[in-house]
Design a protein around this ligand. Structure first.
Ligand SMILES: [Fe+2]
Length: 275
């Protein structure tokens, strides 16, 4: 049981067009999992087990984990890594870190080594070629970290080679417009967690309505700016597929849940088929 109200796991199936994708990579299947927040409270064990099962049943070519493995204390990563060890992927499991994975000065090292110990490769401003030299996989440092510097790694790539970029916070898509990004995979927003059908997520609705509210009141209203913790600036990208300039961005709703819970915003496993 979740200790915080969540919803049944949902699998999202996407077909993503990649320009210049070599023939032998057509129908490559990538599964994305995000925002675990494995801390004994924000993610139920049965939901995690189900997400791992669903992933393995899809027989993915590649599995990517887009950050926020823990919430504050990095200690639970050791237990989480034991579970993530069961992920099966033809070309490996790759991860990036989120803002919550950098909470304490020792978090980054502890989380990176726990994941590495179970065979998960953690990318931090690095590029890998798990599917061969004709498709690059870039993993960036978290957008809020002082080490978010995409230029060296992005400039190193051959412009003719398509690339998938893992970047925890979708706001980074604004900066990444400078480069070719065939597909950016993000998380971080939890989809806004509370969605009003037909309207969208509550945070994105409040954020979009802010111009109708006198600026004086903004500090007291969540999801605008002020004393509330900032999540993202671009709430219009709180979940799903978006075109950002000439780049494509997909935002996964994540698995963990912050209080007060989820509403019409189920935790997600994303199955991406490249075409
Ligand atoms: Fe995050």
């Amino acid at each position: 049981m979740n200790k915080i109200f969540s919803e049944p796991l949902s699998t999202e199936y996407l077909k993503i067009k990649i320009k210049g994708l070599p023939q032998y990579l057509h129908n490559t299947k990538i599964v994305q999992l995000s925002d675990f927040h494995f801390d004994g409270l924000l993610l139920a064990e049965d939901l995690l087990a189900q997400a791992i099962d669903v992933t393995n049943q899809m027989k993915p070519d590649l599995v990517v984990l887009t950050g926020d493995f823990v919430t504050h204390n990095p200690q639970p990563i050791h237990q989480l890594a034991k579970r993530l060890k069961h992920l099966q992927s033809r070309a490996g499991v790759y991860a990036i870190l989120g803002n919550h994975d950098l909470y304490f000065s020792h978090s980054k090292t502890e989380i990176t080594s726990a994941l590495t110990a179970v065979g998960i490769k953690v990318l931090w401003n690095q590029v890998a070629y798990p599917l061969g030299s004709e498709l690059a996989l870039v993993g960036l440092a978290d957008f809020w970290s002082p080490e978010f510097h995409p230029a060296p790694v992005m400039n190193m790539l051959n412009i003719d080679i398509p690339r998938i970029v893992l970047s925890h916070n979708p706001d980074s898509a604004v900066v990444l417009k400078k480069w070719r990004v065939d597909l950016q995979l993000s998380g971080h927003t939890h989809g806004g967690q509370i969605v009003i059908p037909g309207v969208g997520s509550v945070p994105s609705w409040i954020h979009a309505s802010r111009d109708k509210i006198p600026e004086f009141f903004w500090p007291w209203i969540p999801f605008i700016k002020g004393k509330w913790p900032k999540v993202v600036e671009n709430w219009q990208w709180s979940q799903g597929l978006h075109q950002v300039g000439t780049n494509q961005l997909y935002v996964n709703r994540g698995l963990g849940t912050f209080p007060p819970g989820r509403w019409y915003c189920p935790p997600e496993v994303t199955a991406i088929s490249l075409v």
